[in-house]
Design a protein. Structure first.
Length: 119
């Protein structure tokens, strides 16, 4: 059974930082590209950061570029999202995603963690 468990969300003031973690189990983690998405009520889930299976390639949405950093530790089956200079518009539920292609696409989601940026 595949599980992705996010943690690290919470309430932070504007300009502050948070670090999210997503621990994966039940899958060959090093074979999966990992991503972070976020979603606010009434809006579609937005891809904000992605990292390749070996960690050599990363990609960011323009809205978070230069403020957020995605990284992974394949030995710990964990992907991270370091978020700096947080703004109220970063308030959302943040989801971890794992994706790989083997004959067909396999994709899994975590349950999400709430990030609230407010003074």
């Amino acid at each position: 059974q595949v599980q992705l468990v996010e943690s690290g969300g919470g309430l932070v003031q504007p300009g502050g930082s948070l670090s999210l973690s997503c621990v994966a189990s039940g899958l060959a983690f090093s074979r999966y590209a990992m991503s972070w998405y976020r979603q606010t009520p009434g809006k579609e889930r937005e891809l904000i950061a992605a990292i390749s299976d070996a960690g050599s390639l990363t990609n960011y949405a323009d809205s978070v570029k230069a403020r957020f950093t995605i990284s992974r530790d394949n030995a710990k089956n964990t992907v991270y999202l370091q978020m700096n200079s947080l703004q109220p518009e970063d308030t959302a539920i943040y989801y971890c995603n794992a994706k790989t292609y083997a004959v067909r696409w396999f994709t899994y989601w975590g349950q999400g963690t709430q990030v609230t940026v407010s003074s």
